[in-house]
Ligand binder design. Structure first.
Ligand code: DGY
Length: 330
C-alpha cells in the first residue's frame, strides 16, 4: 500500500544524479526540469501547484510568488548551503521547513579558496595564458613576479565552517591569521587566528578572504570605504556570494591600483557579463562559482538535499534545517 508520502509530488528543478532521483522516487512522484539551465520562472510557477516538495538550486528565486504557486508545499530542500535565494521568513511564516547542505562542502570550498588565493597572488592564470599565447621568450628575473602567501597576513571575514577550514590550511603556509565576525570564536586559538574588528583586518591583511553568508547585514559589506582601508599590495578573494562585495567599487579600486588584485569565485550577477571590466584585468581571476564543484562533494550535496526532502515529506524534522524557527519548540 502506498504511504502518504509516496503519493506526494516533488518538483526537482535540475538534473541531479540518477541515484538521488531514484531515492526520492521511492517516496514521491517526480516532476523534473531536465534542463542544464535553470527552470524558467513561468515553468516553475506552472509546475508547482499540487507539489508537496520542492528540490531546488541556488539559481531559483524562491519568493512569496513561488510560495503562493506552491501552496501545497510541505518542504523545500536546496542543494546548497547558502540559501540567500530563498525568502526564509516567508517560508517560516507558512510553516515550510527549508533544508540546506552544510558540512559536506566545507573542505572542498576551502581548497578552492586556497587555489584562488594562490592563483591570484602568483599570477597562475595570467602566466598560463602568457605561455599559450606564445609570449614566453626566455626566463627573465622579474617577469610575472607575484606575491608570497607563506608568512603573509591573511584576514578571514566570517569564521564559520569554511572560514575555519581555510585557517587550518593557512597554518601550513605559516600565515599570520586574523578573522572577524560578530563575536570571537572559541576555536580560534586552536587555529592560531586572532579576532580583530573589520577596519583592523582590512588595514593589516595581505589577503582578505570572504567566508560569510549573504544576509541583509553582509550585502555590500566590502564597498568603496572598506576597499580604501585595504593595503595597496593586498588582494581580495571571494568564495561566498557576489553581492557581499560592491562590485562597481571593486572595479574602481582595481582600476585605480588601490588594491593589487582579486580572486572571485562568485560575482554579482552570475554569470558575470562577458563585457565586465573585471574579465579584462590581468590582476583578477574570475571563476564560475565552482567552490564546491568536485564529483564527490556535489554528489554528497545532492544526497543530503534528498535526505532533507524525504524527511520533510514524512513530516519529520529535516536533518539540516535553514529556518529552525519553523518548528514551534525552537
Ligand atoms: C553553496 O552551497 O552555497 C555553494 O555556493 C555552492 O557551491
Amino acid at each position: 500500500m502506498a504511504s502518504e508520502s509516496s503519493q506526494a509530488t516533488v518538483l526537482v528543478t535540475r538534473r541531479v544524479p540518477r541515484a538521488v532521483l531514484d531515492a526520492i522516487a521511492r517516496h514521491a512522484t517526480l516532476r523534473i526540469w531536465e534542463g542544464d539551465n535553470p527552470i524558467p520562472r513561468e515553468t516553475l510557477l506552472e509546475w508547482l501547484p499540487g507539489c508537496a516538495g520542492l528540490y531546488c538550486m541556488l539559481t531559483d528565486r524562491i519568493d512569496p510568488e513561488v510560495l503562493d504557486a506552491g501552496s501545497s508545499l510541505r518542504v523545500i530542500s536546496q542543494m546548497a548551503v547558502g540559501v540567500d535565494n530563498i525568502d526564509l521568513s516567508a517560508c517560516t511564516a507558512r510553516g515550510i521547513p527549508v533544508g540546506n547542505t552544510p558540512g559536506v562542502l566545507t573542505e572542498t570550498t576551502a581548497d578552492l579558496a586556497l587555489a584562488l588565493i594562490l592563483a591570484t597572488l602568483r599570477r597562475v592564470i595570467e602566466s598560463a595564458a602568457f605561455i599559450k599565447a606564445g609570449q614566453w621568450v626566455t626566463w627573465r628575473p622579474m617577469e610575472l613576479v607575484g606575491r608570497d602567501l607563506h608568512h603573509s597576513t591573511v584576514g578571514i571575514i566570517g569564521f564559520g565552517r569554511i572560514g575555519k577550514a581555510v585557517a587550518k590550511r593557512l597554518r601550513g603556509f605559516d600565515c599570520h591569521i586574523l578573522y572577524t565576525q560578530r563575536s570571537p570564536d572559541p576555536d580560534a586559538a586552536r587555529l592560531g587566528a586572532a579576532y580583530v574588528d573589520l577596519p583592523t583586518l582590512l588595514a593589516s591583511s595581505d589577503v582578505v578572504t570572504l567566508h560569510c553568508p549573504l544576509t541583509v547585514e553582509t550585502r555590500g559589506l566590502i564597498g568603496a570605504r572598506e576597499l580604501a582601508q585595504m593595503r595597496q599590495e593586498a588582494i581580495l578573494v571571494n568564495t561566498s556570494r557576489g553581492p557581499v562585495i560592491d562590485q562597481a567599487a571593486l572595479v574602481e579600486a582595481l582600476a585605480a591600483g588601490r588594491i593589487a588584485g582579486a580572486g572571485l569565485d562568485v560575482t554579482d550577477p552570475e554569470p558575470i557579463p562577458s563585457d565586465s571590466p573585471l574579465l579584462s584585468m590581468p590582476q583578477v581571476v574570475v571563476l564560475p562559482h565552482i567552490g564546491s564543484a568536485t564529483i564527490a562533494t556535489r554528489t554528497k550535496m545532492a544526497e543530503l538535499a534528498a535526505d532533507n526532502l524525504i524527511a520533510g515529506l514524512a513530516g519529520k524534522r529535516l536533518p539540516h534545517l535553514a529556518n529552525p524557527a519553523v518548528y514551534p519548540e525552537a
